[in-house]
Design a protein around this ligand. Sequence first.
Ligand code: NAP
Length: 258
Amino acid sequence: MFDYTAPDNLLANRVILVTGAGDGIGRAAAIEYARLGATVILLGRTVEKLETVYDEIEAAGHSQPAIYPLDLRAAKDEDYLELAEILEGEFGRLDGLLHNASVLGQRTPLSNYESRTWRLVMHVNVTAPFMMTQALMPLLEASADASVVLTSSSVGTQGKAYWGAYGVSKFATEGMAQILAEETENTSNIRVNIINPGATRTNMRAQAYPGEDPALNLTPEDIMPVYQFLMGTDSKGTTGQRFNAQEMRKPEPLPSDS
Ligand code: NAP
């Protein structure tokens, strides 16, 4: 496990948006960020799930979150601009952006892959985070130290049979993080890093490995240390790095020359 223990007030006064906050790893991260003092914007497509997370955070007495329903399949430029305007009016800045929402698509050879599913996966996993980051950039720039975290996978650095658009989308995510990290490094207070969660007990994992015993995998709560570290001030100055949530080893710098 990534070795980090967060102080209880790590995220006091920070405003953090989590995509896919209603379930799985995003849900755990949202609750954890609120526990550490952040005002969390819970963004996702299933309102009931977001409400359940909201209620859990409130019942625990953590900082009050906000719910922002948005379906990344359908959201357009104007929807992201509206999100930015609302956050600007409410908070004036954004200190953290966790791009966590993704869809798995089909597990099938490329020769059988449906182009409609391909486009959907690439849109939700790659194009939507690009559009959202672009719209929120002025708010991230308004933060004294903003952290953008993108979520990859082990199939995003090594091509693996039958992972189709999901695997390709994670390669693209790695590339987007590298580009954004270089573009922001010397010109802003924004840091950009990647997390590979590793096998984690969620609906997506069960969908990808239907025959697997879920109890073999760590829970989303277990893998939170790296999610905490990257959103708090202890990671200031850390940018362009890839973290494996379930490994102790030090982060690898992303390649800087191509
Ligand atoms: P999950 O349990 O399936 O949760 C995915 C979240 O994304 C859900 O809250 C889902 O909302 C949301 N989402 C999906 N499509 C959306 C859309 N169109 N608009 C808005 N929100 C949408 O998956 P997870 O396992 O927690 O995965 C989280 C991240 O970790 C993903 O980026 C995944 O690729 C990555 N990852 C996971 C594993 C693993 O073993 N679990 C391993 C490597 C990488 P609904 O619940 O409303 O559909």
